[in-house]
Design a protein around this ligand. Structure first.
Ligand code: P6P
Length: 337
């Protein structure tokens, strides 16, 4: 068995190679510790009275699960006094969360979906935390506004997620490839188990919520029909479908063995601009996927090039194995589309 390194050693190696500064290392270590605490509560489930509805709604107008609220509070509480952040933003908060006066401020903005895939909590299916790190454009004594967060995803300095599944896995990039770590509960820390994760250009596996088929645009209808025709159709191969309805789990599968994940624009979500959120779902996942050799578009443009207009903006997402993402995107860009 090759000798594995801890997350801390990984960060120190990245810092020694001048790929990350000390404050970014310390920020990411704080986030990792917070997700390990979330994993403990998630794993207790009903025993921690952590299942079911919280009885409140989030800014998206969605009913909050108890674990949504708990995970959000753990991440806010762990990071508020660390001195590495200027502000935070969360799917569960209507607006930004500036580091309060009295606490030291740092150079970064942390954005997160504290618990993605909440509809799976009560049925014990993998859920997760997604996070994104941007540079703060302000001096430490300047007030921050929501506009300071509206930076294209290509400006992220780090992105990652944690899957709370059979094992708890942290998948992270700081711009030098994608690396997977598994939580060693006995030791209480993450151990590198998946160095340099890569997505093969080709795949025979796709992920989409097929119940929305009647709402899809023509390019998606065409693409999925070709996959479903299998070896008798134009693709000449059979394809397999998976849909966990937890983006973090579906994307983790893509990063682990390839595939294409799609939540495209459709007539049902068109008015909102899409289903998934740009700042703390699409952007971090797009950075990870591109760092792993894959591609991530809306069907019409690269996700990481989108100039955000609103903090909770939604976008269509098509990401994964580059050959398939490029095919679907080409269908969208054909003149007839
Ligand atoms: P649907 C979970 O609520 C989420 O935001 C993503 O994690 C997931 O990919 C998607 O929505 C599932 O959406 O329409 O299949 O329930």
């Amino acid at each position: 068995m090759p000798s594995r390194i801890s997350l801390t050693q990984f960060f120190i190696d990245e810092q020694r190679a001048d790929r990350i500064p000390t404050d970014l290392r310390l920020l990411l270590e704080t986030v990792a510790r917070a997700t390990a605490a979330i994993a403990t509560t998630v794993s207790k489930g009903a025993l921690a009275d952590a299942l079911g509805e919280a009885g409140t709604e989030n800014v998206q107008g969605e009913a909050q699960k108890k674990l949504d609220v708990i995970a959000n509070e753990i991440l806010l509480g762990a990071n508020v006094c660390d001195g590495n952040l200027a502000a935070m933003a969360s799917e569960e908060l209507e607006t930004i969360y500036p580091i309060p006066t009295g606490y030291p401020r740092g150079n970064y903005l942390l954005l997160f979906d504290p618990l993605d895939g909440s509809s799976n909590i009560d049925v014990n299916v993998t859920i997760g935390t997604i996070f994104s790190v941007l540079r703060s454009p302000r001096a430490k004594d300047e007030e921050l506004t929501e506009a300071d967060f509206l930076q294209p995803g290509r400006g992220q300095v780090a992105a990652g997620y944690v899957t709370y599944g059979p094992s708890t896995q942290l998948v992270l990039t700081v711009g030098n490839g994608v690396h997977g770590f598994t939580l060693d509960r006995e030791m209480g820390g993450f151990i590198q188990t998946h160095p340099f994760m890569t997505i093969p250009a080709e795949t025979r596996e796709y992920a989409i919520n097929a119940s929305n088929a009647r709402y899809w645009e023509a390019p998606v209808q065409r693409y999925i029909a070709e996959l479903q025709q299998g070896k008798d159709g134009s693709r000449g191969s059979d394809f397999n479908m998976r849909w966990i309805a937890s983006m973090v789990a579906d994307v983790h599968r893509v990063l682990t063995r390839g595939g294409i994940f799609m939540y495209p624009l459709d007539e049902k979500c068109r008015a909102k601009g899409g289903k998934l959120r740009l700042m703390y779902e699409a952007n971090p996942m797009a950075m990870l996927v591109e760092q792993a050799g894959g591609a991530a578009t809306t069907g019409r443009e690269r996700i990481l090039d989108i100039v955000p207009e609103r903090l909770h903006q939604r976008v269509p997402v098509i990401l994964g194995s580059s050959d398939e993402v490029e095919r679907v995107t080409s269908y969208h860009l054909e003149p007839s589309s």
